[in-house]
Design a protein around this ligand. Structure first.
Ligand code: NI
Length: 393
């Protein structure tokens, strides 16, 4: 059947703007999304969906069953905000001191709800199911993994998953798709160098942790320049270096903290060992001891080629070929959508948000960040269309 998705998208836009603003005004941080989850659950129950709450603490999962049995596609949105003071005079700015939806997750929620509303209209024409996953804590410790562990990809088993993120570099009105890596893995480095303190005038009697730490800091950069294939992407950033108190006392200890990121999940696994190797060698040379914790957070987000091509074709039908961009530049930021893509095929779309005329020029996590509200209905229609195309093809 021929569904007028574009018209539906436009028709629903005003209603979705109101919904989005309500979320925007009351941002909640990771695993505190109680009111957000409650509001989502109410809206989806009104539609007659089967709604489950408190999944992985604050997550919400809703199921729309089509008329006939078939495959299941999931649409995922993250719900959490950031500890950031919004700098805006807009009427719908955050009403919570020091918290803000500065990463567009309020929009992501609304796309999901909008898609549910549109798909509900065609429930009797759907072959299979659509599962809506609203997950907590993308910005902090990650809600995707616990959601998966609690079984969101089962009962009914999810065959494909769709997610997206508002994207400041992509023109508003466009969608950008990438095959393969789209977001980097994330990991943390915590290093303590245990030296030997003493008088600054007698360095030979001490073990200087600052000297050792700076040497390690520099040597770590040779991992990216000399130890891995230059065609691979690896970022190591040491963002905290703490040691010492005063002018003439050599301290006992230095602490480094940082992050490492890559687009290659195989390489990711090798990095902690390579880091330890450097730390071990340099500390040994100086006779120092160390404590090193290298922690993996999110894997790299790798879009599946088959589903991505399919979603692209579906998007081109709705938005026109000129508004669907084949991207080729992944981001070194992380995203826990990666965990779903390790289990099922799917794709993570970039939803264009750049519009200089509307002053939508700010990056994610910026206190001036806002989304293009004129596009909400269109994106909801896009999600709905991709879901229905997948189920009914
Ligand atoms: Ni985000």
């Amino acid at each position: 059947m021929n569904i007028p998705w574009s018209e539906w998208g436009e028709e629903i836009n005003e209603e979705l703007i109101k919904i989005r603003r309500a979320f925007h005004q009351y941002p909640e941080l990771g695993y505190e999304e109680r009111k957000t989850a409650e509001r989502i659950a109410v809206l989806l129950k009104e539609l007659g969906l089967e709604v489950e709450t408190n999944v992985a603490k604050t997550g919400v999962v809703a199921l729309l069953r089509g008329k006939e049995p078939g495959k299941t596609i999931a649409i995922r949105a993250d719900m959490d905000a950031l500890p950031l003071q919004e700098e805006s005079k807009k009427s719908y700015r955050s009403k919570v001191e020091g918290k803000m939806h500065a990463c567009g997750h309020d929009a992501h929620i609304t796309y999901g709800i909008g898609a549910a509303k549109l798909l509900k209209k065609y429930q009797s024409h759907i072959k299979g199911n659509v599962k809506f996953i609203f997950q907590p804590a993308e910005e902090s410790v990650g809600g995707a993994k616990p959601m998966i562990e609690e079984g969101v990809l089962e009962n009914p088993k999810v065959d494909a998953i769709l997610g997206g993120h508002v994207w400041p570099d992509t023109p508003s009105g466009s969608i950008e798709v990438l095959n393969g890596p789209v977001m980097a893995s994330t990991g943390q480095i915590y290093l303590e160098i245990h030296g030997k303190g003493g008088h600054a005038a007698r360095p030979h009697e001490n073990i200087d942790p600052i000297m050792i730490a700076q040497e390690i800091l520099q040597r770590l950069q040779t991992l990216t320049s000399r130890r891995i294939d230059p065609l691979e992407s690896l970022v190591i950033s040491i963002c905290s270096f703490q040691s010492g108190e005063t002018y003439n006392v050599m301290p006992e200890k230095a602490v480094l903290k940082g992050t490492f990121r890559t687009l290659n999940n195989k390489l990711r696994v090798e990095i902690p060992g390579k880091i330890e190797n450097i730390v071990e060698n340099i500390t040994k040379h100086y006779g120092a001891a160390y404590t090193l914790e290298v922690t993996h957070l999110y894997p790299a987000t790798i879009n599946h080629e088959g589903f991505t091509d399919f979603a692209k074709a579906s998007a081109e039908e709705l938005l026109g070929k000129e508004n669907v961009i084949q991207g080729n530049k992944p981001s070194m930021a992380g995203e826990d959508f990666a965990f779903y893509l390790e289990k099922v095929p799917g794709t993570f779309l970039r939803i264009g948000n750049y519009n200089a005329e509307k002053n939508l020029i700010f990056n994610l996590h910026n206190p001036h960040f806002d989304i293009d509200e004129a596009q909400i209905g269109r994106v909801a229609a896009l999600y709905a269309k991709i879901a229905m195309d997948f189920l009914n093809r």
